[in-house]
Write a protein that binds this ligand. Sequence first.
Ligand SMILES: [Ca+2]
Ligand SMILES: [Ca+2]
Ligand SMILES: [Ca+2]
Length: 150
Amino acid sequence: MAKFSRSATAAAALLLAAPAMAQAPQGRAFFDRWDLNHDGKVTWEESWEHIQRRFVEADADRSGGLGLDEWLAAQLPGRPARPDRPAPDRQRERDRRTAMFRAIDANRDNQVTLTEIRPVAESWFRAFDANGDGAITPEELPRPTPRPPG
Ligand SMILES: [Ca+2]
Ligand SMILES: [Ca+2]
Ligand SMILES: [Ca+2]
């Protein structure tokens, strides 16, 4: 059980912090947005700053926590519409993000707070920082959709 929830939170963190990074072809543009001082590396401080900003944006009612509705609203419209994607895919995405919400909501009060997000984000950061130097470079990002050169 402990093992399961750990991998669940790691996956959650991944998607929370880097939805486009994990899936979108424009991963580099996404990276540049996280690299606040544009030095080609994303440090933990930059990551946390970015997550906090996104959290504040998502917290529509300023309650200091995100309800599931705020969570889904913040996550789902972030990406450009994909007309080539059938609707069931969006439902799957929604289910996945709901599961993620449950995984991060450690005290099960149906609110995800920064306190709950932080340890998850930290494990996300460590997982991406492949060489352990405290910064993520574009080379360390996953490449889930390899495309042929050219
Ligand atoms: Ca940087
Ligand atoms: Ca909670
Ligand atoms: Ca690194």
